[in-house]
Design a protein around this ligand. Sequence first.
Ligand code: SF4
Length: 387
Amino acid sequence: MREKPVQLVSLDVTNSPSGLRAPLFGLDAEALSTLLVSAGEPAFRGKQFAEAMYRQWLSEICEIRTLPSALRAKLAAEGWQIGRPAIARAFQSVDGTERYLVEFAGSAPKGETVETVWMPEGDGGDAGDEIGHEEKDWSRATICISSQVGCAVKCQFCLTAKLGLQRNLTVGEIAGQVVAVLERQAVRVGRDRMNLVFMGMGEPFLNYDNFMAAVRLLVHEVGLSPRRMTVSTSGIVPGIEKFAKEPLDVRPRLAISLNAPNDTIRTEIMPINRKWPISEVIDAVRRVPLRSRERITFEYVLLGGVTDRPEHAREVARLVRRSGLSAKVNLIAWNPGPGIACSTPTPEAVAAFHVALTGEGIPAYIRQPRGRDIFAACGQLKRTVEG
Ligand code: SF4
């Protein structure tokens, strides 16, 4: 049977000077179907396209064997491209953490990158016991994803803040970081325990629509569970209010980057607190309906001499108790970064803070820093090129 000639209509996507069109990566099956129907193709081609990009992780149109060769040739000739973000550089830590500089296709400025971090964890005890996966030395892992290039929130302890906000990432640029890492690490979606944390560069709730659309794509098209995703916000109240209305089948877990025991100290280290003080943030968080056994996480970066005293711990305990939220506190010792005038707390101060919180009945956990040696730890993401 002769394949019918393909006529692609022009869509409202920007052509780059190279003649390439905006990337298709980031469109869901429905949008791809609409696109292909408008090109005179049957709707099921959209599903095939989505399957190829999000389940088989193909990155070139010519590799999609389920599409007729005439269609593939025509799409390529017209400048269409999958345009998935690509890992441009990788740095490996002694603890197994990998930090990637991820580059974008389409009209993104050449050489512009964001950071994505891979953190394998697990005891390795059950790794390698399945045929074909002997080489894996992790049983669960976490991917930390960026949502913006730079960040407009001026947290004093954070290296990303030094970049300022350069731009929001698109849906495909956010979800594409995940797929690029899944492919690199040969993750078996649905079988390996994969956690996603939206805690890389940027404030996800200041790029809310793209962030949530990326989550929907990762859930519906890539097949990842929203229960294993956590988004961290510095306390953008309108974002938390929108988030509270998201359906549970696509809503990640919520973490609040608290970092201080009271408004006075928080405003000093997180000026955003002037706009949305702790009580307003907590009021908004109370409106987020939780799943059974779900807890809100309060992230608390301990700054030596500033937020790490026992009285601060007692104040945090009171604050969490009074919130009435089902919550836990994650304690993170501040990671040093060039040009930031903060100090790392002593291990004794971290331990004492932890004891003081748990002694007050607050579930609290000390998070071990990952990939400090390659600038991959919390607050260290600034596209540093030293390995
Ligand atoms: S800690 Fe997060 S919100 Fe604050 S400046 Fe850094 S990236 Fe932005």
